[in-house]
Design a binder for this molecule. Structure first.
Ligand SMILES: CC(C)(COP(=O)(O)OP(=O)(O)OC[C@H]1O[C@@H](n2cnc3c(N)ncnc32)[C@H](O)[C@@H]1OP(=O)(O)O)[C@@H](O)C(=O)NCCC(=O)NCCS
Length: 223
């Protein structure tokens, strides 16, 4: 039976990520931009949602070059391209930049054939897991004013509109809505995230969402 799970993005995911990206955005990031992010940006963190039935894939992630200090060493840049092991298909991706004490969501997209199945929510739970791991105080993002679907998703996770960046998007001069969460350690946000995780697990037919971050950490520490 196919399983769906979160994982750190790897360089050899970039063909699939680019395909999703091209379909999802008017101005997609080229794979060269992702490559730079994964290799060089020490404050960038990218995740994917994978689908497959290869349990082996969950433990066959090659050894990354560790460039970060514990406890974030498991979030090192992705493995070099020649270090390819088996990996399952990518259905969506998301990323954040750590900016001082904030986490800034840079992207989130799900393959068009797999939307409205909870994978966008799954990616957001991963983003919040990372944000907490990075000890970010709060999470922020910009979203096109016309992108009601994404805004609804964000509101479900406690984001609130706090302002507008006029003509933020260069392709059509569309305004961006700026959204922020409350502090992640607030009881309000903790309650929202717990509820989201519970409802999403139910939607995905799981008893509870797996602790993917611990798995990623333990694989890296073993390697
Ligand atoms: C936004 C996006 C990532 C959502 O992914 P998804 O897997 O379809 O989202 P989910 O199935 O987890 O949706 C969760 C909730 O978000 C809201 N939502 C998502 N898409 C929606 C849409 N098109 N219309 C209305 N609500 C929507 C709903 O509340 C939905 O819950 P429901 O299905 O129980 O009603 C996806 O539509 C996408 O890739 N869009 C193109 C890229 C993009 O716009 N990214 C956001 C940039 S800021």
């Amino acid at each position: 039976m196919a399983t769906v799970y979160l994982d750190l993005m790897r360089l050899d995911d970039l063909n699939e990520v680019s395909e999703i990206e091209r379909d999802a955005f008017n101005v997609p990031w080229p794979s060269s931009a992702y490559r730079r992010e994964l290799r060089n940006n020490r404050n960038a963190y990218y995740i994917v949602v994978r689908c497959g039935d290869h349990e082996q894939a969950r433990t066959s992630i090659p050894s990354p070059v560790s460039r970060r200090l514990f406890p974030l060493s498991f979030l090192s840049p992705s493995p070099a391209p020649q270090e390819t092991g088996h990996r399952d298909r990518v259905l969506g991706h998301a990323g954040l930049w750590r900016m001082l004490d904030q986490a800034h969501i840079t992207t989130i997209a799900v393959h068009k054939e797999y939307r409205r199945r909870g994978f966008g929510e799954l990616l957001l739970t991963g983003i919040f897991d990372l944000s907490r791991e990075l000890q970010s105080d709060a999470v922020t993002l910009e979203v096109r004013k016309s992108n009601y679907g994404a805004q609804r998703l964000y509101v479900k996770f406690g984001f609130r509109e706090v302002g507008i960046r006029p003509r933020y998007y260069s392709d059509n001069n569309e305004d961006a809505v700026i959204m922020w969460t409350d502090p992640l350690r607030s009881s309000h946000m903790e309650a929202i995230l717990a509820q989201r995780r519970q409802e999403l697990a139910h939607k995905l037919g799981l008893e509870r969402l797996p602790d993917w971050l611990s798995r990623a950490r333990s694989v890296t520490q073993k390697a």
